[in-house]
Design a protein around this ligand. Structure first.
Ligand code: SF4
Length: 376
């Protein structure tokens, strides 16, 4: 069978300070009763034929071995469920400080092959300090040796494109190091979680995510290595901001505001429109937000709805405004929280508006494939 995956968010990562991680800061309180119910539902869903291999992965933000997140009683219940369901392979994640002989032996009672994943991220103590990982390479090594001594497997996560110097050489060193201590490695494309310091670096223009092509280029050396998996998108990446302030005004500050800039970067280098939307219709913005609630857009939408259904669905509405190009599906924050009063424009800002917008439209169209183009 395919690997069955459970996202089991419970409690909060005991560390919660890695600069690239927003999940570790989220506290999701769950009672033991709720956790049992989640596990019951999960195991009921994978209970297929008795002779099939049953593989499971448990993801969570933090450590499966941390009793503050997964209480002892639930850990033991999990082991019991694995045994009952004859699970053949188990993958769990943990920080090194929670990986103990006792926990591993308990998990081994399942009789399954045990894979313990550790987010090492980089094999350099200097880099681990920079990204505030909260442990050192030797801590990873100690845990990896313990796991192997108990005949279990080590899975190591490494991050590609960390905000450090000599990224290429550092990644190479980390992979070579991790190969000595791991049964499998996942090279993860570092994307900015909301609520993380790396997101702020992106907003400040001090770091940029890799698009999928750039990521696969960076990890090309390892694409045929059987021990190494490549993960270009670990979560559904959309820029989200912590604050929701209104960007009200006219001038360069509101034309190339960092929030608008990162959104345009996202739209130009990551976003892909729905495949069936092969006609682009560029529309103006509106003073009332979201745009679709303005009188102008309501009227435009009424006319478009007269088209037959397939035609209507194939039209992609893309607004043009001072924040840039804005596909209809993103008309909420920050694109519902700005005002640009044309009466306050001067010749200089009009010129800049045209320059900046022209470039944004050009870059957007280069990144998408439309068959027809219309402008309102
Ligand atoms: S990356 Fe892992 S260890 Fe670091 S804060 Fe996030 S959940 Fe915690």
């Amino acid at each position: 069978m395919e690997m069955a995956t459970l996202i089991l968010n419970s409690g909060q990562c005991s560390w919660g300070k890695c600069i690239f991680c927003g999940y570790g800061k989220i506290y999701k309180k769950r009672t033991n009763k709720e956790l049992r119910e989640i596990l019951d539902k999960f195991f009921a869903g994978i209970n297929t034929g008795d002779n099939e291999d049953k593989k499971i992965k448990i993801f969570g933000s933090g450590s499966f071995f941390d009793e503050k997140q997964i209480p002892k009683e639930i850990f033991e219940y999990f082991v019991e469920k694995c045994r009952e369901n004859k699970i053949s392979e188990i993958y769990v994640e943990s920080r090194p400080e929670f990986i103990t002989k006792e926990k591993i032996l308990c998990l081994k009672e399942t009789k399954a092959e045990i894979n313990i994943a550790i987010g090492l991220e980089s094999a350099s103590d200097r880099i681990l300090k920079t990204i505030n990982k909260g442990f050192k390479v030797k801590d990873f090594e100690k845990s990896a040796n313990l796991i192997h001594s108990l005949n279990c497997k080590v899975r190591t996560y490494l991050l590609v494109n960390l905000p450090v110097k000599n990224r290429k050489a550092e990644l190479e060193k980390s992979v070579n190091y991790a190969l000595n201590f791991s049964d499998s490695i996942v090279l993860i494309n570092l994307l900015p979680h909301e609520n993380s310091e790396i997101f702020d670096l992106w907003i400040k223009g001090e770091w940029k995510f890799l698009n999928k092509e750039e990521f696969f280029g960076a990890v090309n050396n390892w694409k045929n290595n059987e021990k190494i998996e490549l993960d270009a998108e670990t979560f559904k990446f959309i820029p989200r901001f912590r604050d929701t302030k209104i960007l009200d005004g006219v001038g360069e500050e509101f034309l190339t505001h960092p929030y608008f800039e990162v959104w345009q970067d996202y739209l130009q280098r990551w976003y892909k429109k729905q495949a069936n939307k092969d006609i682009v219709l560029f529309l103006p913005c509106s003073a009332k937000k979201p745009y679709s609630e303005s009188e102008t857009h309501k009227k435009i939408l009424d006319v478009l709805r007269m088209l037959d259904r397939d035609k209507y669905n194939s039209i992609h509405h893309v607004m043009i405004s001072n924040p840039g190009v804005i596909p209809r599906e993103f008309e909420n924050f920050p694109f519902n929280a700005y005002n640009w009063d044309e009466k306050l424009e001067n010749e200089f800002i009009k010129k800049r508006y045209i320059e900046v917008t022209k470039e944004r439209i050009r870059a957007y169209l280069k990144s998408q494939k439309y068959n027809e183009f219309f402008v309102f």
